[in-house]
Design a protein around this ligand. Structure first.
Ligand SMILES: [Zn+2]
Length: 464
């Protein structure tokens, strides 16, 4: 299809999506590929965990057609009926354990603790990356995250210019990376956890762009601004955190939180709220938010409410550990977490849990360490894997598209050596990654993932 056809197709798709009321998150996944020669990839799986939560099966073939799963077949297929122009490729994963692509509901791709940086964050008096560095970081860290088996991530707080550009780059296919649902700047009260603005120059302008707001009306405007800039989800910060200087007390009123959620839901955006302390978390749940991020000190009464309302806990157990390069021994944050045991209580009570790490406070690509913590604190390996596939898909509103390997779903598939249901650490070493039907990693080696056009070709017009 020529450039004009692609552009027209995208325009019609966007228009149809708008008319049919597709959710903001669902628009992150393009409609199925256009007609033309089909590309079949047959993944011969020694063990296949097609639907986490249900038992794995032996000796199966995942038939991938273009970017979708065509069907799951018993036994090892090495061909399928196809027309002359189609291509068929077999990938031998007979000694591997195959499962859906993993998802991390809480990352910050634009930076990583310990990065050397060229800029300064005056408010916090420490170095911070320049905008240009953040964009480059997000591409590199995104690729590392994909190599670690995470085919979809939710970025809850990266500078909006860099993260939306990176998300769109990966979505265009020019460079292969994880699917990103991005919040842009978090919505934060003045002086709150997410307020990174300086007090010189155009303060009002910076505040609006950076999601800083006080009072219900301003907070609705802040949500609408992130939506206007391109957010797929809204992140708000209701308390301080271990990485900030503020206290853990509430930073928004219930009225402000409710205004944020009302504005976001009206725009079909889900709301993730960073909160640590019981009173703040209770108000976050009351406000109608979709997930509590961190939630370390939540009380049982609020967990009961969360279960009743279907509000997710995104535990980010990794966030209890200070950045490794600081070399902190016996961190107080870990001691506090281990005493409060919010994750263990939530799991025992049957609260919905979605896998999320806060990667960026530690190395991108080491997201799977969170699995060790979840299982270490008593979660069954199957439930931990479900939290990172079925659970995250549910939280993102994308259960129809991703999270399991079933006919018609997007082909996000990974494979490991060993059985993660026996040894969760098998997820540390990812052998094979396919995202949207494109093989990104094979035999433990990443392809460069860049689309090259033939010399002199008038390639398809890409971008926004
Ligand atoms: Zn975070």
């Amino acid at each position: 299809m020529n450039g004009r056809g692609l552009a027209l197709g995208a325009w019609v798709g966007a228009w149809l999506g708008a008319c049919l009321g597709a959710t903001a998150a669902a628009q992150a996944i393009p409609a199925a590929a256009p007609s033309g020669p089909a590309r079949f990839v047959l993944l011969q799986a020694g063990s296949l965990l097609a639907v986490p939560g249900q038992p794995a099966a032996r000796e199966m073939t995942v038939v991938v057609k273009n970017d979708r799963i065509d069907r799951i077949a018993k036994g090892y297929l090495d061909d399928v009926p196809h027309s002359a122009a189609d291509t068929v490729r077999v990938v031998d994963l007979r000694t591997r354990f195959v499962l859906p692509g993993l998802m991390d509901a809480h990352v910050h791709l634009h930076m990583q603790a310990g990065d050397t940086t060229r800029g300064q964050s005056p408010r916090r008096g420490r170095s911070a990356p320049l905008l240009s560095d953040r964009a480059v970081n997000a591409v590199v860290y995104g690729r590392r995250t994909l190599a670690a088996g995470f085919t979809t991530v939710r970025d809850l707080g990266s500078d909006e210019e860099s993260i939306f550009a990176t998300r769109d780059l990966f979505a265009s296919g020019r460079v292969v990376g994880p699917r990103i649902l991005a919040s842009g700047s978090p919505i934060s009260a003045t002086g709150g956890h997410g307020d990174d603005t300086t007090v010189d120059g155009d303060l009002a302008g910076k505040r609006l762009m950076n999601g800083v707001c006080d009072g219900p009306a301003a907070c609705m405007a802040a949500v609408r601004m992130q939506h206007k800039l391109g957010a797929n989800v809204i992140k708000a910060t209701a308390t301080g955190g271990f990485s900030g200087e503020q206290s853990f007390e509430s930073q928004f009123t219930l009225e402000e939180l409710t205004a944020i959620v009302t504005a976001a839901h009206q725009l079909d955006l889900r709301v993730a709220v960073h909160a640590y302390t019981p009173k703040a978390i209770a108000e976050v749940v009351k406000s109608g938010a979709n997930s509590v991020e961190h939630g370390f000190f939540v009380d049982d009464a609020t967990l009961k409410e969360m279960k009743k309302k279907g509000v997710f806990l995104v535990p980010t157990l990794s966030a209890a550990f200070p950045p490794p390069f600081l070399g902190v021994k016996d961190p107080p944050s870990l001691k506090m977490r281990d005493e409060a045991k919010a994750f263990e209580r939530a799991y025992a009570m049957g609260v919905k849990i979605a896998f999320g790490t806060d990667a960026g406070t530690f190395n991108h690509g080491e997201n799977a360490k969170e699995f060790d913590l979840m299982v270490g604190y008593g979660m069954k390996p199957m439930d931990a894997i479900a939290a990172a596939t079925v659970g995250t898909a549910d939280l993102f509103g994308l259960s129809e598209q991703i999270g399991t390997l079933e006919s018609g779903k997007v082909a996000d598939v990974i494979a490991v050596t060993g059985n993660p249901l026996d040894t969760i650490a098998a997820l540390h070493t990812i052998d094979f990654v396919m995202k949207s039907g494109v093989v990104a990693k094979e035999n433990g080696i990443m392809h460069d993932g860049i689309t090259y056009l033939p010399f002199g070709s008038d390639g398809p017009r890409r971008g926004r």
